[in-house]
Design a protein around this ligand. Structure first.
Ligand SMILES: Cc1cc2nc3c(=O)[nH]c(=O)nc-3n(C[C@H](O)[C@H](O)[C@H](O)COP(=O)(O)OP(=O)(O)OC[C@H]3O[C@@H](n4cnc5c(N)ncnc54)[C@H](O)[C@@H]3O)c2cc1C
Ligand code: SF4
Ligand code: SF4
Length: 576
């Protein structure tokens, strides 16, 4: 049975408008439509009822108090890059778009602490810290757009987690607003404190289900001055696992230790071309050491190199300068764009296992398409070598057979592969609105019940981000996502947009503030038009014509979406 919530009446709308002001509240269907898109599968039944852009905690407190009293769902949202549908809205409700709360409040170098609002973008924080010789280490692949609020809510990790850990290792304190409107500060500026239950940590990775994070105190670190990177290709995944196990046994801690499987290396080589076409196909291990003294970095790298070489890689290359390093790192960063050229959808799953099970798990994942007798679905595998795997399924979300195969594939992945080795169903992307049914495979009924009771303690009316398995055990309705193209003219939809959001900081988005006026938002509008789910009107015309065709989004798009061509063609068709 689905949860029941109240709809937002005209009277409710007027009340909420009073709280935030007319300019910061949106109820137009076309605008709400664009908030149903993010870095995961689109579901046409998940359109929010209202978009609100608050500026400060008092407004959030009043909105939550009102929504709680009237039983209306509230979904906090950063940049919408979640890969598990975290900020999407199966029950409708209010999306709290936190992008305007983007101030860096304080940088306290002496104490290695920064205080930020939740909408600050990860890379923007690091761009300010770098000249001061400091950094905030967690670096998700989406760091150019991910907000710190979204990173805390998901406990995001990244490619340097092997040495530097994940977001939770850096959060000192949080200011949160609870569903009843209370504003609390949890944690402390000091490095050690046991004066309360560890309430702050309950919010890290809570995926917006317990409260809205409105301020974050983060630990920062001095930037390492030197680093050295190598790429190693193995014929057998067992040898690669042995190399990693030996590094761990010898106490060597690379700052970066990343894996790519054979399908992925092939896709990346074909995408990047150049020297990558000369690399023999195999399993990739990218390994880097860093530190303050070049001598120390060289010595650790040499130790690491010797260990890896003893496991017989068929190819290796060491980056001799920054330029070569950037090229090798590009091979890792180009994973999703390279894959997005193979099939229209690239769905990145996320699970963790013990490294001692690595090779056998990788082999089983590679066999998934064959085991489930998939028609078109493929799987590629990206891993952070602390045991965090990202099997990435390639398919077409608008092909019924493909979608069924995708569902079978993730079922097989979690039930037949990850759970039997005692793994977890998510390492860094969260349960979101996809993995609730698998929670019971990982935890006993007692643990699931305890999570529900914790959720009810904070949020008795279940208004905060309902549908996320943490504390909400009601399964969501099956996705009715199969759609038929109705108005596909001029191949507008040949756009391969994977909705990553890397392009969202476009000049018109900055002026108009909302997703609809971002490149991703405009592509979502076009998506609605070609599927006949939106109709051309003045607002859509305005959204499409406020793009200045400056081309910035095209330079930022990792998937090579030809946005300018698409937007120009769309306007041409509209004018006809
Ligand atoms: C190409 C690509 C690569 C990625 N690589 C990585 C990676 O390497 N590592 C990784 O961990 N993740 C990765 N991600 C996933 C995602 O980018 C991260 O989880 C990121 O931290 C989400 O930030 P966001 O601002 O987009 O949050 P959103 O997607 O908007 O929200 C994420 C969740 O946080 C909640 N939330 C957001 N803000 C708040 C707030 N202020 N208070 C309470 N709850 C809030 C939302 O309700 C939602 O449940 C990747 C995504 C993409 C598209
Ligand atoms: S071309 Fe420029 S204005 Fe148009 S969507 Fe892209 S970044 Fe925005
Ligand atoms: S256009 Fe490119 S950058 Fe923008 S959301 Fe789509 S894939 Fe990402």
């Amino acid at each position: 049975m689905q949860r029941k919530y109240n709809k937002i009446s005209e009277e409710f709308f007027e009340k909420l408008k009073e709280i935030v002001g007319e300019k910061f509240i949106f109820k137009e269907y076309e605008i709400r439509w664009t908030y149903a898109f993010g870095g995961s599968i689109f579901n046409k039944d998940w359109i929010p009822d209202l978009i609100i852009l608050p500026h400060e905690k008092r407004q959030i407190s009043e909105i939550l108090h009102f929504a709680n009293k009237n039983k209306i769902p509230v979904i906090p949202r950063g940049s919408g890059t979640s890969l598990s549908s975290g900020p999407l809205t199966p029950y409708g409700g209010i999306v709290l778009d936190l992008n305007l709360m983007n101030k860096i409040i304080e940088i306290d170098i002496e104490n290695n602490v920064v205080e930020v609002e939740p909408g600050v973008i990860c890379d923007e924080l690091n761009n300010i810290l770098r000249p001061k010789g400091y950094f905030f280490p967690p670096d998700p692949g989406s760091s150019s757009v991910a907000t710190i609020g979204g990173m805390v809510a998901n406990n995001a990790g990244g490619i340097q987690a092997f040495k530097y850990g994940v977001t939770k290792n850096y959060v000192l304190y949080l200011e949160v607003v609870l569903p009843d409107g209370q504003i609390l500060t949890l944690g402390s500026k000091v490095l050690k404190s046991v004066s309360s239950y560890n309430l702050k940590d309950l919010f890290i990775g809570s995926e917006g289900t317990l409260g809205v994070i409105t301020k974050i105190g983060l630990r920062i670190r001095p930037l390492p001055k030197h680093r050295k990177l190598g790429i190693f290709i193995f014929q057998d995944v067992e040898d690669l696992q042995d190399a990693v196990m030996e590094l761990r046994r010898q106490g060597i801690v690379p700052n970066l230790l990343e894996f790519m499987d054979k399908l992925l290396l092939k896709a990346v080589s074909e995408y990047l071309k150049g020297e990558f076409l000369d690399i023999p196909n195999g399993y990739v291990l990218l390994a880097e050491t860093d530190g303050d003294l070049m001598k120390g970095v060289d010595e650790t790298f040499a130790l690491m190199f010797d260990i890896i070489i003893q496991k017989n890689p068929i190819y290796h290359k060491i980056a001799m300068n920054d330029e070569e390093r950037e090229r090798l790192i590009l091979a890792r960063k180009a994973n999703l764009p390279a894959l997005s050229r193979i099939r229209p959808n690239t769905c990145v799953e996320d699970c963790s296992i013990q490294v001692s099970d690595f090779a056998k798990v990788i082999k089983k994942i590679e066999e998934i398409p064959q085991k489930i007798k998939a028609k078109n679905l493929l799987v590629a595998i990206i891993c952070h070598m602390e045991g965090n795997l990202h099997p990435t399924f390639l398919f077409n979300e608008n092909d019924e057979d493909d979608v069924k195969d995708f569902e079978k594939a993730i079922d097989y992945l979690y039930k037949e592969i990850i759970m039997p080795v005692g793994g977890t169903i998510t390492g860094e992307h969260g349960i979101g609105k996809i993995k609730t049914p698998y929670l019971k495979l990982e935890y006993s009924p007692g643990v699931i019940d305890l999570m529900s009771r914790i959720k009810k303690l904070f949020d008795p009316n279940m208004i905060l981000n309902p549908g996320i398995g943490k504390g909400d055990t009601v399964y969501l309705k099956k996705n009715t996502r199969i759609r038929t193209l109705k108005n596909q003219t001029g191949q507008i939809l040949e756009m391969k947009c994977m909705r990553c959001g890397f392009c969202i900081s476009c000049p018109s988005k900055i002026d108009y503030m909302i997703e609809a006026y971002s490149p991703r938002g405009r592509l979502s509008i076009l998506n609605g038009l070609v599927y006949g789910e939106l109709e051309l009107n003045d607002l859509i015309n305005n959204i499409l014509h406020t793009c200045s065709l400056c081309g910035l989004c095209q330079t930022k798009c990792p998937a090579g979406v030809k946005t300018i061509e698409i937007f120009e063609k769309a306007r041409e068709i509209i004018h006809k």
